[in-house]
Design a protein around this ligand. Structure first.
Ligand code: PLP
Length: 377
């Protein structure tokens, strides 16, 4: 309970006014994948599998879980805000200077730190459409104007993005591998793009799924941090490392950008368990390998069965598949839910006949494929 006089009743209070009313009215709220608890409550299904949020099907890294347990005795202390041990470990792991690494409460928080530092009213930020919704939310939140550029044939249209740059453009968001398509940008296309971007425009390269990419021509944003352009690469422990619930991600960028972000970073934004868990997960090479093996064989298996069924899908460099179901995606989502499989309808992403499904364990994948066969036949 906070200090100070309490209002007599909430109805007596004036309506709270967001700082930028019109921008807040434009914000489309982020709708997460349906939690299993909700499926149990609403449908009475208690053994559903969740393939809706691109989580790790194997659970958390066991080494991370052990490190978190050991850290519990220190919970009465504040964490070291800048997480120097984790930053050092990341620096060695990524072969990137420690001065350019900023930690966040999930990579979500890096997105909001970037927009807070670089965007304000009158500024424009370009983003693919559709894209991870947090870009649009945070651009609006900081009073800037989002400039969405539609995908062309499912691919982020770098040429069209370059065409939309104006003197007001301060940021460009890119995602590779992209969510929801799973497609990665190629190194050559990104290099040509970066050459053409003005030097004062921040390129935020979201690589939440980069660990899963198998295409050797896929771009790796870390190769472009020291090229004299303000590139920020965003990564996360939520996917390949199995720590979505722990909330920890990081950005890699030039040291001067990192210094700006660190000035506004909440002082204790990553918790002691998050720092310990992430550091241990980096050491858990066996878990990462097992995750990649499981996800890749899951993707290949699902893709093979879809091909046999004549169901189109995009080749994925991430841990999910973007599937054209050729009927109303919302209806397929509902029908799958009733069969105990939670996926994501792509209707709200502008693809009303596509679903996105995360690669799960072999039994999760079999349950999904059996249910999909039943529904589509
Ligand atoms: C493209 C993309 N970026 C960022 C995130 C957020 O990751 P985090 O859990 O690190 O906040 C997600 C999560 O789904 C994502 O798909």
């Amino acid at each position: 309970m906070r200090d100070g006089p309490r209002p007599r009743s909430t109805s007596a209070m004036a309506a709270p006014r967001p700082k930028a009313l019109e921008a807040f009215a434009r914000i489309r709220p982020y709708v997460p994948g349906k939690p299993l608890e909700e499926v149990a409550r609403e449908y009475g299904i208690t053994d559903a599998v969740k393939l809706a949020s691109n989580e790790n099907p194997l659970g958390p890294s066991p080494k991370a879980a052990a490190a978190i347990r050991e850290g519990l005795t220190r919970l009465h202390r504040y964490p070291e805000g800048a997480a120097p041990l984790l930053v050092e470990k990341l620096s060695a792991h990524l072969n990137a200077p420690a001065e350019g690494i900023v930690l966040g409460n999930g990579s979500d928080e890096l997105i909001s730190m970037l927009t807070r530092v670089f965007l304000g009213p009158g500024d424009e930020a370009i983003l693919p459409e559709p894209a991870f919704l947090m870009y649009d939310i945070m651009i609006n939140c900081d009073g800037a104007t989002p400039v969405p550029v539609p995908l062309t044939d499912y691919v982020i249209d770098l040429a069209a993005i370059l065409d939309r740059i104006t003197p007001r453009t301060r940021m460009i968001f890119l995602t590779s591998p992209n969510n929801p398509t799973g497609l990665a940008l190629s190194r050559s296309s990104f290099e040509a793009f970066l050459d053409a971007v003005p030097e004062d425009v921040v390129v935020a390269m979201d690589e939440a799924y980069v660990e899963f990419a198998r295409d050797p021509s896929a771009v790796n944003g870390l190769d472009y941090i020291d090229r004299g352009k303000p590139v920020a690469v965003l990564r996360t422990f939520s996917k390949a490392y199995g720590l979505a619930g722990l909330r920890i991600g990081y950005g890699v960028m030039p040291a001067d950008m990192a210094a700006l972000l660190n000035r506004i970073r909440p002082p204790f934004n990553t918790s002691i368990p998050a720092q310990l868990g992430a550091a241990a997960a980096l050491d858990d090479a066996a878990f990462l390998e097992k995750t990649l093996r499981t996800v890749h064989s899951g993707l290949d298996h699902i893709a093979g069965v879809l091909a046999e069924m004549g169901v189109e899908h995009l080749p994925s460099q991430a841990n999910f598949l973007f599937i054209k179901v050729s009927m109303a995606a919302d209806a397929v989502f509902e029908a799958l839910l009733r069969e105990g499989v939670v996926v994501r309808s792509m209707t709200s992403y502008g693809y009303p006949d596509h679903i996105r499904v995360t690669a799960g364990t072999p039994s999760d994948n079999a349950k999904f494929l059996n249910a999909l066969k039943k529904i589509l036949s």
